[in-house]
Design a protein around this ligand. Structure first.
Ligand SMILES: [Zn+2]
Length: 144
């Protein structure tokens, strides 16, 4: 969530880099009504800058749920764990998608807190993600 003006060219770069898919829940922009948004992976209030290395494409629901948060409490350990950062972490190291259901499972504490805080397995996203997963059409990045 950002009030900072993001130049059109930078916005396009971020969208293209993400292949127009949410970098958290993987939903493609064409599958949701509200436009995908440019997310500051580290929010500006924590010193995050409006530069390529600190921006990610997020669907409006992930972006809204994330807000300016950068960490959460892991329910399994009670530890404060930072959120998944698409610019620093590989998606496949922290998450796994079950093709049959479209549900995303955590592989790490980072995956766990991110799925919970961003509500990544929200009901509204599952049918689309299930169809896309089964068609092999989800864009899953293997490197940050
Ligand atoms: Zn999303």
């Amino acid at each position: 969530m950002s009030k900072t003006y993001i130049p059109v060219s930078l916005r396009k770069f971020v969208s293209d880099r993400a292949q127009n898919c949410c970098e958290y829940c993987l939903i493609p922009a064409m599958f949701v009504l509200a436009s995908h948004q440019v997310d500051h992976t580290i929010a500006e209030k924590h010193g995050g800058e409006t530069v390529e290395e600190n921006l990610a494409l997020a669907c409006s629901l992930c972006n809204q749920a994330k807000g300016s948060d950068i960490a959460s409490i892991d329910s399994e350990t009670d530890d404060v764990v930072r959120l998944y950062n698409p610019r620093k972490n590989n998606w496949v190291e922290h998450f796994q998608i079950e093709i049959e259901s479209g549900v995303i499972f955590p592989l790490t504490a980072i995956g766990r807190v991110t799925i919970k805080l961003l509500k990544i397995n929200r009901e509204s996203s599952l049918p689309s993600r299930q169809i896309l997963a089964q068609a092999g059409m989800l864009t899953i990045k293997h490197s940050a």
